[in-house]
Each structure stands twice: as structure tokens, then as C-alpha cells.
Design a binder for this molecule. Sequence first.
Ligand SMILES: Cc1cc2nc3c(=O)[nH]c(=O)nc-3n(C[C@H](O)[C@H](O)[C@H](O)COP(=O)(O)O)c2cc1C
Length: 406
Amino acid sequence: MRRHLPRPRDFGPLLRFKSPQWNPTVRRLAAALTIEDLRRIAKRRTPRAAFDYTDGAADEELSLARARQAFRDIEFNPSILRDVSTVDTSVEVLGGPSALPFGVAPTGFTRLMQTEGERAGAAAAGAAGIPFALSTLGTTAIEDVAEANPTGRNWFQLYMWKDRPRSVALIDRAKAAGYDALLVTVDAPVAGLRLRDVRNGLTVPPTLTPRTVLDAAWRPRWWIDLLTTEPLSFGSFDRWPGTIAELLDTMFDPSVTFDDLTWIRQQWGGRLVVKGVQTLEDAKRLADAGVDAIVLSNHGGRQLDRAPVPFHLLPDVVREVGTDLEIHLDTGIMHGADIVASIALGARFTLIGRAYLYGLMAGGRRGVDRTIEILADQIRRTMRLLGVNHIAELTPDHVTQLRRTH
Ligand SMILES: Cc1cc2nc3c(=O)[nH]c(=O)nc-3n(C[C@H](O)[C@H](O)[C@H](O)COP(=O)(O)O)c2cc1C
């Protein structure tokens, strides 16, 4: 073979120099291709106690691990030779539209993870045309979230207070601020034992101990954000001097029963969702009670460890009560394909907790945008590869749940 010296006219066309991206956050986020990538960035940038509070679950964290594994243990059955030149991911949920079949789950202490907190979540959700849920333990006021997402849909998540008038006051504020659904969380009569939090000595706001000061040296940006923005406090009540578990156990009412739902419904008057349903029996009782939707959820594995996997529960619940009320699902969602599989098995809607928070910790508002973008891309691609161009065309035949052999 004859050789010659490299000539500019040959290698010129091969050169691809992109203009450099000087903003490190934009650069980092663009390089993140999966939710797991965002999680890794989040871990590097967030003090350990705050990251572990988000990433961790109760006891041995089996509920969470099993829920994530359940999604990995599916097999898709694609249909071929369908025209998938267009794809529509929009759904109707609780009487309104959502551009994608998922919304942002309610999470407490969100500004602890990254100072933009719920405002970033609500604004990103609004921009993407999906609902945002604010927790009773949120760190942004009900009205401020509505201001951050003025044209989108906001939902309010209620923990029942021992002091009933406090619940009524929150319900009234959510109503006045235009929230269009109330999610009552029922899987937390007492706080789950989050061992990582106990071991890390987590407090809200974070306290400066020799260990946290050392940690701060590695994550100066997080601490600068914390100390130069409005103080970390709760949106729905005053400061709390103890740990998160003590807060849950002291303020919230462990005596709430099915009978109280009637009372809550009267106070609220709008769409009522019960979040944290974990058995078929309870799903049936709630269908009889006439609630508008249930969320099959074990709180991201943060309450009862070894709880049922919501995704496993889904087919039975859909079969028994799927025509009486909407069935939503969360816990363990890390990929758009998890969402597609849930919808195919009959869920009306899904919620993302940690996937949103990893994005938030990785890059504030931009990071949440990136989470939504990654999941939306994965949903669209999975649908098209399944030969489906509309959510309503997804059926249980598209999914096989493999049996685990080990
Ligand atoms: C850091 C964190 C805080 C949470 N706080 C609340 C809360 O205040 N109220 C609530 O109903 N659920 C709360 N959840 C549970 C979520 O709403 C949701 O059920 C769960 O995160 C879904 O699992 P995933 O994180 O695997 O998506 C929280 C979850 C996380 C990760």
C-alpha cells in the first residue's frame, strides 16, 4: 500500500470542534444522559447528610431496592411495522391535561438538597406541562409555589396534623392559591427509620459541626448557596428544633382512619387522592369511599421496609378497581421505560421523587429541566420502539414481568 503525508484537504472535513460551553452547570448537565448520571453529579455536589436524606430509605432499604429491581425485571414485547413517525405522550389526569405521563412527587425539605428547592421543581414542571406536588413539609410557601408555576398545575400533599385547624388552614390556603388536587399521604402514621439520617446526625437546618465543616470544604457552592439565600425554613409552619423523625412523630396524627377521609373531603371540596396504598384490600375500600385516585406507593421505601412493590401490585388493583378510580404509581422510577411499563399495565399516571431531586441537586432549575428531558426522551423512544404512538395504545401485552430466579 502506498502512503503519503496527511493533507489538510483530507482531514479538514473530519474535524468537529464544538464551541466550548463555559457554564460548568450547563456542561455537566448536558453530559448527563441518564438519571443515574444525575445522581452521581448530585452526590459530588451535595453534603453527605443532605444527599443521604434524599437517596436513602428505611432500615435495610429493601423496599426501594426491590421496587427498582421490579422495573428492571420486565421484558417489553414490541410490535413491528407500525407507523411511529409521530408520538404523543400526553394524558388526562384528575380532570386536566399533562404533557407527559408523570408528575413531580411531593417531597419535604427540598431546599435542603439545593437552595432553589420547590420553586425550581414547580417552574420546571410548569414549563414541561406536567403537575407539581408540594409537600406539607415543603420549604417553600404554598403561595410562592403557585407564583413559580402560575399557569401550570399544582397539587398539595397533606399530612394530617394532630391539631386539626392547622390542616384546615393549609387546605384553605391551597384552595385559595388555585391548587387543583389534594393528595393525602397515609403511609406515614409514624416516621420510618432512616438509618443513614440517624448515623449522619441530620438536622434541619443543618448544624455546623467539625464533620459538616470538613464536608463543606469539598462542597463550598452548596454552603454558599445555603448561607446567602433566604434561611431554610418550612413553608407551612414555623421552625422545628429537633430531627425530621421527631417532627413527623410529634406533629402528625397517627390516629387517622378511613372515617377521616370524609371530613378531609368536606374541607377540600375538590379532587382527592390517597397516596401510599399498598394492598388490594385497601384499594377496594378507597374505591368504595369514592376518592378520585389512589397512588400505589411505599413512599420510595422510606417508611415500611419490605413493603409490597407497587409495580407488582398494579395489575390486580387495575383489574379490581381500575374503572372506579384513577390508579397512580410511584417508587423506584429511574427511567422513562419504567413509566411506560406502568402505564402499559394500567396506571393512569406516575410520580417521580428522587429522579427529580437528583436533577435538582445536580443543577437547580436546569437540573430539574434535564431530569424531565431525559425521562421524556426515554418515554418517547421506548413508545416508538414498542410500535406505539399514543399512550392509550399501550396495553398489558407490551410487558412481561419476568420471574426472578435468584
Ligand atoms: C427526600 C424525599 C422526601 C419526601 N417527602 C415526602 C413528603 O413530605 N410527603 C410525601 O407524601 N411523600 C414524600 N416522599 C415520597 C415521594 O412523594 C414519593 O412517594 C417517592 O419519592 C417515590 O419514590 P422515588 O423516589 O423512587 O421516585 C419523599 C421522598 C423523598 C425521596
